[in-house]
Design a protein around this ligand. Structure first.
Ligand code: GAR
Length: 202
C-alpha cells in the first residue's frame, strides 16, 4: 500500500472522497495524516473521525513561508509519504518543498487547465463565458496549476450559472476524477514523459 498524506484548507469533500475510496479498496493506500493551514477548518474534524492524525500549521504563527514549510516537512517526515494529495489546499508550495516529493504531489483544480489557474477558477470560467468547464488532476510543479495533467472531466456551463452553481456542478465531477487519478497513481500505472502523463486510459 502507498503511504498517503492529504493537505486541505477547507470543507474537505475531496479528502472525504479519497478516504472513502481508500476504505472501500478502490485506492491502494493508507492515509497517514492530514495537514491543514487553517485552524478550525472542517477537514480537521473529518480526519479525526477517520482516526487520521491531523497536523495544523497556521501560516500566521510562522515568520516566513520557509519556516511554515519546514514545520510541515518535519511533521510529515515520519510518515515517509509516497503520495501527497492536495485536496483544496489553498497555498502555493515552494520549489524547495516540492523537490522533497518530486512527482509525488498531486492536486485537483476546479478548471480545465491550462485555462483559469489560481483562485476563483469557476468564477473566472463564468466571467469568460466559456460553454464547457470542469476539473483537472495534475502533478504539482513549482508553477501554479501547471504540472503534467493526469485526468480531466468536463461539465456544461449554463447561461444562468453563477460561480457557486458552476462550482457545485464541477465538484460532483471532482470526487470521482480525483479518486480515479489517485487510484492509477497508487497502482503504479502512471509515467511522466515531459508534460504528458501516460497510462491514464486504463
Ligand atoms: C475544490 O473545488 C478544489 O478543486 C478547489 O477547492 C475546493 C475544495 O473543496 N481547489 C482549488 O481551488 C485549488 N486551487 P473541498 O475542501 O470540499 O475538497
Amino acid at each position: 500500500k502507498k503511504r498517503m498524506v492529504i493537505f486541505a484548507s477547507g470543507r474537505g469533500s475531496n479528502a472525504e472522497a479519497l478516504h472513502e475510496a481508500v476504505e472501500n479498496g478502490t485506492i491502494n493506500a493508507e492515509i497517514k495524516a492530514l495537514v491543514t493551514d487553517i485552524p478550525g477548518a472542517a477537514c480537521i474534524d473529518k480526519a479525526k473521525s477517520w482516526g487520521v492524525p491531523v497536523i495544523v500549521a497556521d501560516r500566521k504563527s510562522f515568520d516566513s513561508k520557509q519556516a511554515f514549510e519546514q514545520y510541515i516537512l518535519d511533521a510529515i517526515a515520519p510518515y515517509a509519504a509516497d503520495v501527497i494529495c492536495l485536496a483544496g489546499f489553498m497555498r502555493l508550495l515552494s520549489s524547495d518543498f516540492i523537490s522533497h516529493y518530486e512527482h509525488k504531489i498531486i492536486n485537483i483544480h476546479p478548471a480545465l487547465l491550462p485555462s483559469f489557474r489560481g483562485l476563483h477558477a469557476q468564477g473566472q470560467a463564468v466571467a469568460a463565458g466559456v460553454k464547457i468547464a470542469g476539473c483537472t488532476v495534475h502533478f504539482v510543479v513549482p508553477d501554479m496549476d501547471a504540472g503534467p495533467i493526469i485526468l480531466q472531466s468536463a461539465v456544461p456551463v449554463l447561461e444562468d450559472d453563477t460561480e457557486d452553481t458552476l462550482a457545485a456542478r464541477i465538484l460532483t465531477k471532482e470526487h470521482p476524477t480525483y479518486v480515479r487519478a489517485v487510484q492509477l497513481f497508487c497502482d503504479d500505472k502512471l509515467t511522466i514523459d515531459g508534460n504528458v502523463v501516460r497510462g491514464t486510459q486504463g
